[in-house]
Design a protein around this ligand. Structure first.
Ligand code: ADP
Ligand code: MG
Length: 243
């Protein structure tokens, strides 16, 4: 249902990755791990066209976009199929929590404001922030802000949620509540592609773990295999460093 073929991204003369293939089935939770600077963020950003890849085809459901000849409408159609959760939350500071969650419904989906706010409130209730609807981001803890960030992605009911190190900007005390919310989404069979350094989360929640290094998918498999019987030397070294 999500199929990425021969995805290639260069910045100037430097190739981040080339000819990456990735297929994700509906409801699958795929966790990408790997050293920094290896192209994990760029991969996620290319999938929803925050960056444009130099080559490759991206299919989500019934929408296929060839990145070399993507038209604005194709890109919009593909974006509607994804939600993105950023490391630094990227909430609108001048909007309340409710307005932040509703924003995509209004601008991307064209909902009327009052309907969007109603739905946003339901989502805030669902993620345990029902009483924070009128709060501005600055009045929320880091963990609460990131839950709003996830709520905003949830609002779009996207086929695929992309998470780029959603807990790595958080103080340790707030990490748990964000991971708990992500686990809740996983139990609802939300398809997720998650870049994270939270190995325990990967072990518990991932259907598949991909180790990415030097712009390649070096090794992938069930968490059990990746964490207990890794094959590649770079993966072994990486696990020693993080674990
Ligand atoms: P990761 O998320 O795995 O840490 P990134 O995807 O952020 O890695 O970066 C991969 C490589 O691409 C790095 O060498 C980084 O410096 C480079 N890069 C990322 N974004 C840009 C950009 N906008 N312009 C130039 N180089 C970039
Ligand atoms: Mg990154």
């Amino acid at each position: 249902m999500i199929d990425i073929k021969k995805l290639t991204k260069r910045f100037g003369d430097s190739t981040v990755f080339s000819d990456l293939d990735l297929t994700i089935t509906k409801g699958e939770i795929v966790v990408v791990i790997g050293p920094s600077g290896t192209g994990k963020s760029t991969l996620l950003r290319c999938i929803n066209f925050l960056e444009t890849a130099n080559q490759g085809k991206i299919t989500i459901d019934d929408v296929t976009v060839d990145t070399t000849q993507a038209k604005k409408n194709d890109i919009l159609a593909l974006r509607r199929k994804t939600g993105f959760v950023f490391q630094n939350y990227a909430l609108f500071a001048h909007l309340t929590a409710r307005q932040n969650v509703a924003e995509g419904l209004i601008t991307v989906k064209g909902w009327k404001k009052d309907e969007a706010y109603q739905r946003a409130q339901q989502i805030l209730d669902d993620i345990g922030l029902g009483d924070k609807g009128d709060a501005f981001p600055a009045a929320l803890s880091g963990g609460q802000q990131q839950r709003v960030g996830i709520g905003r992605a949830m609002a779009l009911e996207a086929e695929l949620l992309l998470f780029d190190e959603p807990t790595s900007a958080l103080d340790p005390e707030w990490v748990g509540e964000v991971l708990t919310l992500m686990k809740k989404l996983a139990t609802r069979h939300q398809t997720m592609l998650v870049v994270t350094h939270e190995m325990q989360f990967a072990r518990e929640v991932a259907d598949r773990v991909i180790f990415m290094a030097d712009g390649e998918f070096v090794e992938q498999g069930k968490p059990e295999q990746i964490f207990t019987t890794p094959n590649d030397l770079r993966l072994k070294k990486f696990l020693n460093q993080v674990g």
